[in-house]
Design a protein around this ligand. Structure first.
Ligand SMILES: Cc1cc2nc3c(=O)[nH]c(=O)nc-3n(C[C@H](O)[C@H](O)[C@H](O)COP(=O)(O)OP(=O)(O)OC[C@H]3O[C@@H](n4cnc5c(N)ncnc54)[C@H](O)[C@@H]3O)c2cc1C
Length: 355
C-alpha cells in the first residue's frame, strides 16, 4: 500500500475553510518529502463541488463522506462517519485544522486508538528515516518544541489556522475522488448543531476574524488604543495589537498578534502605530490586505502594507472616524444598504500626510 498523509478538512457556509486549505498544502509538502500521497477527507452533504478546490491545493485522492445527517456538524456524527474511513486509509500522519469542531472529535479518536495527538502546531518536518516531526511554540512562544514519536504508526497534528497562509491554487490539477456513503444512526448522536449564530467581531477569536484593527506602542497609551477600538467597532472589526501594547496593559493579552500570540489571516488588517517587527509580521502573513499608519516612513510594516499612510495616528484616526460616522449617518438617512467594499485588490501605495 502507498504511504499516505491524510488531511481532514472542513467547510463553513458551503466553502472550504482557509485553515483546511493550509492543512492540504502543508500535507502536500510533507508528502512530497516522504514520497507519499495526500488523501484529503471531507465530511458533509452535497460537498462534491468542493473537490476541485482540494485538488488544486494539492490533494492526490479525495474522499467525500456524505450523508444527510452530516449536513450540520455533530462530533458524534463525524466520529461515526470518519473512523472507518481513517482506518482504511492507514496514514502515517493525520493533519487537521486546530478548530473547535476538530477539537470536539479528534481527541476522542486519538484516545480510542491510543495515538499521539498535538494541537497548536505550526509546521511539520521530517527527520531520520521519515518520521514526522511536529513543531509548535511553547512557553508563550519563547521556545519551539519539536516532537517525534519513532515508534508510533500514526501521528495526529492539528495546525494553528493562519500560520502558513494559502498559496496559489493550481487549477485543473487532477485528483481521484471517491464518495463514501456511510450507514449512520443519527438518533445515536448526542450532540447536533441547532443553528449557527453570526460571529460578533468584538468577541470572535482573532484567527477567525475577517477584519482586524490593531494598535501598537505608537498609540501612546490607553487613550490612543481607545481610538483604535472605536475604529474597530465602527467597521465591525476585531481589536488586536502588538505584544508591547499587551505588555503595557493597553490590550487584553489574548489579543496580541504575532509568532508568540495569535496567528491571524483576515481579509483586512489595519495597523496603527505598529512598527512591524518580525515577530509581529509572522502572525499576519495570511492577511489579504494590510493598511498601516505610521509616522516613520522607514517602519518595516510599510513594506508589508498594501496601503501605507505616513502620518500621526492621533490626527488621522479622528478624521477617519468622523468620515465614517458621516457616511453611516448619510446611509441611515437614505435607508440604503451599507456599501460593500468594491476593490479588494489594493496595490502598494504609500501616502504622505502632513498636518
Ligand atoms: C521572543 C520574543 C517574542 C515576541 N513575540 C511577539 C509577538 O508575538 N507579537 C508582537 O507584536 N511582538 C512580539 N515581540 C516584540 C517585538 O519584537 C516588537 O518589540 C513589538 O512587536 C513592537 O511592538 P510595536 O510595534 O507596538 O512597538 P514599536 O516597535 O515601539 O513601534 C511603534 C511604532 O509606532 C510608530 N509611531 C509612534 N508614534 C506614532 C504616531 N503618533 N502615529 C503613528 N505612528 C507612530 C513608530 O514609528 C513605531 O514604528 C516579541 C519579542 C521577543 C523577544
Amino acid at each position: 500500500m502507498d504511504k499516505c498523509v491524510v488531511v481532514v478538512t472542513e467547510w463553513e457556509q458551503g466553502e472550504l475553510t482557509l485553515a483546511s486549505l493550509e492543512c492540504v498544502e502543508e500535507g502536500r509538502e510533507v508528502a512530497d518529502r516522504l514520497g507519499a500521497q495526500v488523501q484529503v477527507i471531507l465530511c458533509g452533504n452535497e460537498i462534491t463541488p468542493l473537490a476541485a478546490t482540494l485538488a488544486a491545493h494539492g490533494a492526490d485522492r479525495i474522499t467525500l463522506v456524505e450523508h444527510d445527517a452530516l449536513a450540520q456538524f455533530s462530533a458524534d456524527g463525524w466520529l461515526q462517519a470518519l473512523a472507518p474511513v481513517l482506518l482504511q486509509a492507514h496514514p502515517v500522519l493525520l493533519l487537521a485544522p486546530d478548530s473547535g469542531p476538530i477539537r470536539a472529535w479528534l481527541p476522542r479518536l486519538a484516545v480510542r486508538w491510543r495515538l499521539p495527538l498535538v494541537g497548536c502546531c505550526t509546521r511539520i518536518g521530517i527527520v531520520g528515516d521519515g518520521y514526522p516531526e511536529v513543531i509548535r511554540h511553547t512557553y508563550g512562544g519563547a521556545c519551539q518544541e519539536r516532537l517525534i514519536w519513532p515508534y508510533a504508526t500514526l501521528v495526529c497534528a492539528m495546525l494553528t489556522p493562519g500560520g502558513r497562509g494559502v498559496g496559489t491554487p493550481r487549477h485543473g490539477r487532477i485528483a481521484e475522488v471517491t464518495v463514501v456513503r456511510p450507514k449512520l444512526d443519527p438518533t445515536g448522536f448526542r450532540d447536533r448543531t441547532l443553528r449557527t449564530l453570526p460571529a460578533d467581531p468584538r468577541t470572535v477569536p482573532l484567527h477567525e476574524a475577517e477584519r482586524i484593527v490593531s494598535g501598537g506602542f505608537g498609540t501612546g497609551g490607553s487613550d490612543g488604543m481607545a481610538l483604535v477600538k472605536q475604529l474597530a467597532e465602527q467597521i465591525g472589526a476585531a481589536l488586536g495589537g502588538t505584544r508591547v501594547a499587551a505588555d503595557r496593559g493597553w490590550l487584553a493579552v489574548e489579543r496580541f498578534i504575532g509568532s508568540t500570540g495569535q496567528i491571524v489571516a483576515p481579509k483586512l488588517y489595519m495597523a496603527f502605530g505598529v512598527s512591524g517587527a518580525g515577530q509581529h509580521l509572522s502572525g499576519i502573513t495570511g492577511s489579504e490586505t494590510v493598511i498601516a499608519v505610521n509616522n516613520d516612513r522607514t517602519a518595516p510594516i510599510l513594506k508589508r502594507a498594501d496601503l501605507g499612510v505616513v502620518g500621526d495616528l492621533h490626527q488621522i484616526l479622528p478624521i477617519l472616524l468622523r468620515k465614517l460616522q458621516a457616511l453611516t449617518a448619510a446611509r441611515d438617512a437614505d435607508h440604503g444598504k451599507p456599501n460593500a467594499p468594491t476593490d479588494s485588490s489594493v496595490t502598494h501605495r504609500t501616502l504622505e500626510m502632513t498636518p
